[in-house]
Design a protein around this ligand. Structure first.
Ligand code: GLU
Length: 544
């Protein structure tokens, strides 16, 4: 068969000489052992935890070696393209301090641009044409119906499904048949002519999983679809070669396609990059573990963490905990270190499913937030509120002094032990509500209504905002005694039947009236922050 003629018929026109791309995209001028990694998302508009998981690994492995991490957009599947999706990827990752050196909408060294696959059509066609000329690729005219009938037959016979061996009908079409189909205007795809034998198995070193056994590929996979657009298999091989990627980190779902990729790189005459396939993020669901799902688990979307106002460092610490088995121990020893100092290694990445547990993340978040001072917290909460807060919440930040005092109190700044009340920005800002707005609802008080009101009226009479904490508490004790409560806890404990409660219940009455809540930090300080008028107004409302 005259393959040159066939190639010209299938992909007519002048294409650059394939070798010319080697000079156009020269090997990077980097010292040995420097890694070039990439994140290669599809611009679907849905950016998820798995992307962050890969991106942190990509960024760390590249930068720890002094190398480069770039962003490539795999947009060959037009159906899934969403406007603004690339910006969404960049900004979602930036929130977690993952920054790229080069790539789509980032710029950087333009040598390896463009980074959108749809802008690279010519290079894919050049190499498809080369493979056709060499007899390593051929046109396939099978229709969707024929292919699904084939799949059904193979499934019925319990055989491996796909287009291979005796099932690869178009692989052996004669020259005459091919041209007849082409003359009839039949649509076609271009397939690789596989030379592999599935009887042959070989060892492959995966940077994460270690040595894995790979079966030779015999699938005649599609490399160019009928619209001339490449498949992932083909495009990634060309791009990772010409963007000079040294290490491909991707999800373990791709491990099954590795034999195809190895054959494609060989057929194209390219050296294979190193690969590391990381495990999927799993979730415990009752008795079983399953992959996080877009439909069931809102926490899969990175948008969730921004809307809730997760502290970026906390999410990163948790991701690193899941990514590298020795991170947790290192972090215990270096709690204040820059996370980038952690010696991140691919071979320390977990080999089988990483269990993602939101409760664990929430614990880490509380700890991380407890390390901020009130000014750091103010800045973090303000950034969140500016974007996601209600108008009322945004207004809290205009009263800077008051908010700083409230934060210092709620965080226990300067106290013996820091409080860990704050978990996320949205939750923290809601907790701060009573400093700025009167309670809308009141938690239940254990004391009967009549006594409760009498206590509030009494408090209002004796309250003096200029009292110090000790005097204030002395007065609360007196009120307790006047209304049948034990002023001292030990008295109450010695003879509970003699009292209608203790000073603790009196404090609860005041606390609920002022804040709406039965549990808060120090009530005296809350009243100081609210000021006399507001405190009296709330006490007054409680008596109604
Ligand atoms: N576009 C592929 C994906 O989003 C990229 C896989 C890879 O990193 O090679 O799954």
């Amino acid at each position: 068969m005259d393959y040159r003629k066939l190639a010209e018929r299938l992909l007519p026109g002048n294409y650059p000489a394939p070798e010319s791309y080697e000079t156009l995209y020269p090997p990077r001028n980097l010292p040995p052992k420097t890694e070039v990694t990439r994140l290669a998302p599809s611009p679907t508009g849905f950016i998820h935890l798995g992307n962050l998981f890969s991106a942190i690994a990509d960024e760390r492995l590249a930068h720890r070696s002094g190398g480069v991490v770039y962003l490539r957009i795999e947009d060959t599947d037009l159906k899934r393209k969403v406007d603004g999706a690339v910006e969404a990827v960049i900004s979602a990752l930036k929130y977690f301090d993952v920054k790229f050196d080069e790539g789509a909408e980032i710029g950087g060294d333009e040598t390896y641009a463009p980074w959108y696959q749809r802008q690279r059509a010519e290079i894919y066609r050049t190499f498809a044409k080369k493979l056709i000329e060499e007899g390593r690729a051929y046109p396939c005219f099978c229709t969707e119906e024929e292919l699904s009938a084939l799949r059904e037959e193979q499934t019925k016979n319990k055989e491996i499904t796909g287009y291979y061996g005796k099932y690869a009908k178009c692989r052996n079409l004669s020259e005459e048949e091919i041209y007849k189909n082409l003359d009839a205007g039949k649509p076609f795809v271009i397939r690789l002519r596989s030379l592999g034998d599935p009887e042959n198995k070989f060892k492959f070193h995966d940077e994460i999983k270690g040595d894995v056994t790979v079966t030779e590929n015999d699938q005649d996979v599609v490399i160019l679809k009928s619209d001339g657009i490449p498949t992932y298999h083909f495009a990634h091989a060309i791009d990772d070669h010409f963007m000079r990627t040294t290490l491909v980190i991707r999800g373990e779902d791709w491990l099954a396609s590795l034999p195809i990729h190895i054959e494609l790189f060989r057929a194209l005459g390219f050296a294979l990059p190193r690969y590391g396939h990381h495990c999927s993020l799993m979730k415990q669901d009752g008795e079983t573990r399953r992959k996080l799902s877009k439909r069931k688990d809102p926490e899969l979307s990175l948008e969730f963490y921004r809307k809730e106002g997760y502290f970026p460092r906390a999410v990163k610490v948790y991701m690193l905990t899941l990514l590298n088995s020795n991170f947790e121990e290192w972090y215990l020893k270096h709690p204040d270190a820059d996370l980038n100092e952690f010696p991140f290694k691919a071979d320390k990445m977990s080999k089988s499913g990483a269990l993602f547990d939101l409760d664990k993340l929430n614990d880490i978040s509380k700890n991380e937030l407890a390390r901020l001072d009130e000014r750091g917290m103010f800045a973090f909460l303000k950034t969140w509120a500016d974007e996601f807060g209600t108008d009322a919440q945004k207004a809290y930040f205009a009263q800077e002094d008051k908010l700083l005092r409230a934060l210092a109190l709620c965080m226990g700044v300067g106290g013996k032990k820091r409080r860990k009340d704050f978990q996320t920005a949205s939750q923290a800002v809601s907790l701060l509500r009573y400093f700025f707005e009167r309670p809308e609802t009141y938690e239940e008080c254990r004391v009967p209504d009549q006594i409760r009101r009498a206590v509030l009226v009494d408090f209002d009479k004796t309250y003096d905002a200029s009292d110090d904490a000790q005097t204030w508490f002395g007065k609360v004790k007196e009120i307790a005694a006047r209304h049948g409560f034990a002023a001292e806890m030990k008295d109450y404990k010695a003879d509970p039947a003699a009292y209608c409660g203790s000073v603790a219940e009196v404090a609860e009455i005041l606390r609920i009236a002022v804040t709406g809540k039965a549990n808060t930090p120090d009530l005296y300080t809350i009243m100081q922050i609210l000021g006399e008028d507001e405190t009296r107004a709330r006490i007054g409302l409680g008596t109604k």
